[in-house]
Structure formats: C-alpha cells, structure tokens
Design a protein around this ligand. Structure first.
Ligand code: 5AD
Ligand code: SF4
Length: 478
C-alpha cells in the first residue's frame, strides 16, 4: 500500500504556466494602452459574484488579474470594458438568476461591441450549461470553470485580439498558486486552504463542478496568511468546501494544527473557517477553538436534517445522535460557542415525521442562526432521480415552519449578549445613515451602533450590547 509521506502535494499548475499567464497580463496592458487607455485612463472591469464565499474568494482573484492587466473596478456594467460573471450551481434558483443577468448584458454589448463578457464559476462546469451559453448567448466571449481560473489572462487576450469564442473546462483541477488578488476590503480576507469535495452528499453538485479535495501546502497557506496580516487583515476566514478535512489528501498537518500555526503569527487578527462536515469535526479542532484566543468561537456545522433516514439517503455519514454528541462536546469545551447550520427541507422521501425530527434538532441544538434551503434537484446527482420528490407546497410549508421556529430560537439566543461589552470589528457604514455602523464579533449576528466617536471601518471598538432582536444586536460605543 502506498503510504502518505510528509511531502506529498496535491497536483499543482506548473509555475511556468502561471508565469506565462502573468506575462500575458503585461501584454494585455500594452495592448489596451495602445488603444488609447493608460494608467490615468484605465478601462473598467465589472465582476458580478453569485454563491458562496469560495466564489467571493475566486472573484477577488479575478479582480487581481484584471487589475494586473490594467483594468480598474467600476460599479456599473454599462461603463465596463470587461464583464465577468462568477456563477453558482448549488440550486436551480442561483442558475436562473445568473442566466437572467447574463441575458441583460446583451444590451451592454449592443451599445459597446468591444466589451468582453466572460462567465466563470460552478454553473459553467456543467457541460449542458456551457453549451447553453455557447448556443443561446452569442455575445458571451468565453466561459471558464473554477479549475480554469488561472487561464483568465489567456482568454481575455484571445477575446481582445478578435479570437473565436472559447468555452474552457478543466479536467485536472490542479491547485494554482501565485495568482494575484485584489481584496474588496484589506481588513477582511478569504484564505482558501483547500478546494473541492470528496463527500458526494446525494443532493450536491459541488463534487462534480469543483472536483476532488486538493489541499494547498501549509507553507503556501502560512505565507499567504502572513502577507494578508501584513496588509492589514484583521478577520481571516479559512475556506474550503469541506474545510475541516484539510490535509488528509496530502498527509500534512490537519486544520487544527494549521490554525494554531496561523494564530501564532504576530498581529491583531481573528480566524474563522468554513464550511465543515460533522464527520471531520475532530476533538483536536474543538480543542484549538477552546484554547486559541484568535479563533472566533463560532462553529458552522451543517446538519442538513434531523432524521436518520434522510441523513442516510443524503449520504451524510452520521446519525442525529452522533451529530448531537459533537454539539455537546463543543458546548462543554468552548464556553458560549455560537453555532450555525445549513438545513435542507423537502429532500426526496422526507415525511412529516422526518421533518419533525429536523425541528427537534433545532430545538435541541439552539443554533444562533441557520441557512435553510428548499431541496432543489441537481442534474447528475443521485437525489435528483430518487423516488418521493416532495411537492413544492409541502416543502414551502415546512420551510416556513422551520424559519418560524428558528426565529424564536435566534431571538432568545441573541439576548445572551445584552449587557455585555464586547470587542468588535467595524465593518461598514450604513447605506442609509452615515452615522450608523455595523460591526462583527463572536456572534454571527451583525452589531449596529451609532458611530458618535468616528471609529473608522476596519478598526476594533468596544461595544456595550443594549438590545437584540432576531437578526441583529444593537450596541453603544464605550
Ligand atoms: N438543494 C438545496 N440545498 C442544497 N444545498 C446543497 N445542495 C443543495 C440542493 N440540491 C445546501 C446545503 C449546503 C448548502 C451550501 O447548500 O445545505 O450545506
Ligand atoms: Fe456538497 Fe456535501 Fe461536499 Fe458540502 S460536503 S460540498 S454538501 S457534497
């Protein structure tokens, strides 16, 4: 049997290939400048992102590449010379939304035939969707799936110089190191530590569109963490579709050890991670959360359903009892831990009794918040062809019932912060009132407050929590 050794690595895109793409960025910049653009008059790029934090992180890479090619961000697609749409495939609704937005860009192209339109993300990793773009959206210049993100310079260069439309998919899904990033906010950073998923939950499209698990090396991650912290990052979220199985594919340190090493880096920052699978919620990870001050005591641990029958059909590899044991461990090891979850209602075969067990799970765990979804059949996944598909009216009714219970739980849970003074990071100024601000701390809920001391975005402040409702906490500056 082949043993995993310390220096195993996931397949990587060769450095020479990344370098080739970087050089193309320079070529594109020259080409753009020869067309009348310049450092003082950069052409605009507009990136629209759908879906999860992994897509947010990928969009920051796209922005980094666009910036390197001489583009600047614009907030109106009509003013852009480059439009990139980063799509999601997790539910049908996400695909429909993306397709309808892409549809509206026809008018942008009519007005400015030179605009380059590219579509990336999980939706286009499905052949039928890439074909649909090719056949029904003739103004789209190219598509590239998440494994082909590093080819963006080549695709843009090709489109810019009048090449044919291209629809690229990656079969290799190798890790690409060394791509530039342009963070939306320097104090808040996504740090992808692994890509893909091996779990094949029976409803989920992710393993088909993002490939198998590939961990980055601890060295590459630590180097990026250092760079982010030096650049002012105060809130770093480690990302992966199944982030707590980090390292298993390369036989390296696990996520707990990795997080401890990141925490040991000097700097005033906090560390989060998502998304975790209960089967990999190890004692070591719980201990790291309990002991490391920089790790935010918030565990997003999707349960999906409270029924063992449904969990088995979902291929989740744990029972409700086993899940609750992890929750007990978390609650007893990490004082005042915040818990959140993803729940799917209306999975094929879900009976009223199964659904009741999900409600019981919510009541037993007392999550701070949940992200709940009505089951959406995804082409090519086992659940899509399972018997017992649930009529929409039934799913919708269950969904409402679930939300109503969770709202009561959230409202009650949020009260525990009232009266406490907590250190929080100021994240944004209210869009409607410049004197109001939103900050974030250990709770997944935003804290709203009157900024009467002029605390800048990206700085910490101390807030006394004076009240709380279902979705928010309200504080006063101390
Ligand atoms: N239908 C509904 N929800 C889904 N999710 C994943 N696939 C589906 C689907 N086919 C939900 C899961 C997952 C979250 C990111 O999206 O709850 O944890
Ligand atoms: Fe999808 Fe399951 Fe993998 Fe999460 S763990 S990405 S739900 S297959």
């Amino acid at each position: 049997m082949k043993m995993k050794s310390e220096n195993m690595t996931a397949p990587h895109i060769e450095e020479a290939e990344i370098e080739r793409q970087r050089l193309l960025c320079d070529t594109i910049e020259k080409e753009l400048f020869s067309r009348g653009f310049g450092k003082e008059r950069r052409p605009g790029y507009y990136i629209q992102t759908f879906g999860c934090q992994q897509n947010e992180a990928d969009s920051e890479r796209m922005a980094g590449i666009a910036w390197m090619m001489g583009y600047r961000p614009v907030s109106d697609p009509a003013a852009a010379e480059l439009i990139l749409i980063n799509t999601c495939a997790i539910r049908e609704h996400a695909e429909k939304k993306a397709l309808s937005i892409i549809g509206t860009y026809k008018h942008v192209k009519d007005k400015n035939p030179g605009v380059i339109i590219g579509v990336g993300g999980c939706m286009v990793a499905q052949k039928h969707r890439a074909d649909q773009l090719k056949n029904s959206y003739p103004y789209v210049n190219f598509s590239f799936d998440p494994g082909a993100l590093h080819l963006l310079p080549e695709l843009i260069y090709h489109a810019l110089t009048g090449g044919k439309r291209r629809f690229v998919s990656s079969d290799t899904y190798a890790v690409a190191e060394g791509l530039p990033t342009h963070q939306k906010q320097s104090f808040k950073a996504w740090l992808s530590i692994m890509y893909g998923c091996n779990n094949f939950c029976s409803y989920c499209i992710v393993p088909y569109v993002r490939g198998r698990e590939r961990s980055r090396t601890p060295e590459a991650i630590l180097e990026e963490a250092r760079r982010l912290i030096d650049g002012g990052a105060r809130d770093i979220t480690l990302l992966g579709q199944n982030v707590n199985s980090y390292g298993k594919d390369i036989g390296s340190m696990d996520i707990a050890a990795l997080m401890r090493q990141i925490c040991a880096l000097p700097g005033d920052f906090r560390l989060r991670f998502m998304t975790s699978h209960p089967k990999d919620a190890s004692d070591a990870l719980i201990a790291a959360m309990a002991e490391e001050e920089k790790i935010v005591p918030h565990f997003h641990l999707p349960v999906q359903s409270g029924s063992d029958t449904i969990l088995r059909r979902m291929n989740r590899k744990y029972t409700a009892q086993e899940y609750l044991r992890i929750i007990d461990k978390l609650k007893s090891s990490v004082p005042d831990v915040s818990l959140t979850s993803d729940i799917i209602v209306g999975f094929p075969g879900e009976t009223d009794a199964d659904f009741q067990e999900t409600l019981d799970m919510l009541a037993a765990v007392e999550y701070d918040a949940i992200f709940s979804f009505i089951y959406s059949p995804r082409k090519g996944t086992p659940a899509a062809t399972m018997e017992g598909q649930i009529p929409r009216e039934v799913s919708s009714r269950r969904f409402e019932q679930l939300l109503s219970l969770q709202h009561d739980i959230s409202r009650a849970r949020n009260q525990r912060f009232v009266g406490r003074t907590i250190r929080a990071l100021c994240e944004e100024v209210s869009k409607t009132d410049p004197d109001k601000m939103t900050a974030r701390s250990d709770s997944p809920r935003p804290i709203h407050f009157e900024n009467n001391k002029g605390v800048p975005v990206g700085e910490y402040c101390n807030l006394e929590i004076v009240s709380a409702d279902t979705f928010s906490l309200y504080g006063e500056l101390k």
